[in-house]
Design a protein around this ligand. Structure first.
Ligand code: SAH
Length: 373
């Protein structure tokens, strides 16, 4: 498979290094390179992520000399917001403007007991899942660490999160645009910053990476990260999954399930969240529900049923409420935890699979990933 190339660190015209591109280890190394002690990194991170300060001059516990040196060679530059849309139901969608005129989308979904931020990991997506709006725009490029963590930074600012106080954002899901495991290094650094106490301090289990199933990357992830895992299964057999999620031709269901078992092995209380989009007449029959249950029954699991979110020329319809209820009931009768995801942000097209952004750099657009069949 041709994997997208790593994104450059956020390019700055003046060659300054954007500190949002650095995780804790990188920032310590950067401080050492300036002749400082590594603990300066902790002080700087608190300013950036707890206080949302972008001006070095305001970092009052750093010496004047260091503040000046930082200002000369570094910057703290989150991406700009192009649009901030609120929904009637309290959800929020931001259009985030990136260098080169591209935009991506970030969504916030408040619920009584939590607030979930849905962030993007790529501009567009190479995976060509047949029911997903993002797929239609093809793949443009990977997001930098600064562009991923910058979405959280901007959302936190926009929601008016109290500095160092109660957080509106309690959960983060990488379920926006893109396939996070095809932007591995940047996604791992950004999720580390989400979980780091000196970063956004979100509890480890409340940062969830959603993947269509890039099997080798799942094994690598197990070694370096403690994010929770959501897997876009969508079909209980290879024949159907090949059609819905073409990546399945490269990494079929049996290999994917083995990688998922490995991911949670030795990690108590962890389970895999299986995402299953319900498409009328395609994958929503009673037989599909029984087959799905048989497949995942022996893996600690939770099933998230997602009523299909339509978009123009999608070619699929959402399963009706009766079919959805029946599907869920069958899974539960097999002893599985299954929930039907509420459709939120309908009026602002903020639901799963509807995030299309605006890719303006059309000339740089690449074809969807070609997969060996
Ligand atoms: N590439 C990652 C993240 C993508 S989006 C992945 O595949 O998991 C997050 C979820 O939304 C995925 O489960 C995806 O399959 C699902 N999704 C995509 N389009 C959808 C649509 N139109 N309606 C409902 N869910 C959709």
């Amino acid at each position: 498979m041709r994997e997208p190339t790593a994104a450059p660190a956020s390019p700055a015209a003046d060659g300054k290094i954007n500190l949002l591109d650095l995780d804790r280890r990188d920032l310590e190394a950067f401080c050492v390179s300036l002749g400082e002690k590594p603990f300066r990194a902790a002080q700087i991170m608190k300013w950036i992520y707890h206080e949302r300060v972008t001006d070095f001059a305001a970092m009052s516990n750093l010496s004047k000399g260091l503040r000046e040196r930082l200002a000369a060679c570094a910057e703290i530059r989150p991406p700009e917001l192009a649009l901030d849309q609120g929904s009637r139901d309290g959800s929020h969608k931001w259009l985030v403007r990136l260098d080169g005129g591209n935009c991506i989308e970030t969504v916030f979904i408040p619920e009584p007991d939590r607030g979930t931020l849905c962030v993007s990991s790529q501009i567009g997506c190479a995976l060509a899942c047949s029911f997903c709006a993002t797929a239609r725009q093809g793949f443009n490029r990977n997001l930098t660490v600064a562009e991923i963590i910058g979405q959280v930074w901007r959302a936190s600012e926009s929601l008016g999160e109290a500095r160092n106080g109660n957080r509106a954002i309690t959960n983060i899901v990488l379920m926006g645009m893109g396939e996070p495991l095809l932007n591995f290094d940047n996604v791992v650094k950004a999720t580390d910053l989400m979980q780091d106490d000196l970063g956004f301090g979100i509890s480890k289990r409340r940062v969830t990476l959603s993947t269509a199933g890039v099997v080798p990357a799942l094994y690598r992830l197990r070694e370096v990260s403690e994010v929770s895992l959501a897997v876009s299964l969508h079909a209980p057999d290879d024949e159907l999954r090949n059609r819905l999620v073409p990546l399945n031709r490269k990494y079929p269901i049996a290999e994917l399930l083995a990688a998922c078992r490995h991911y949670i092995a030795g990690r108590p209380h962890r389970r895999i969240t299986w995402e299953y989009v319900l498409l009328e007449g395609v994958n929503d029959s009673e037989a599909h529900a029984h087959a799905l249950a048989a497949l995942i029954k022996t893996i600690p699991s939770k099933v998230n049923l997602i009523p299909f979110n339509p978009f123009p020329d999608a070619g699929y319809r959402r399963s009706g409420p009766a079919a959805i209820a029946r599907f869920q009931a069958i899974l539960m009768a097999h002893g599985l935890t299954a929930i039907t995801r509420k459709t939120r942000g309908d009026d602002i097209a903020a639901a799963c699979g509807q995030l299309a952004g605006r890719v303006q750099a059309r000339g740089r657009r690449q074809r969807p990933l070609r997969l060996a069949s």
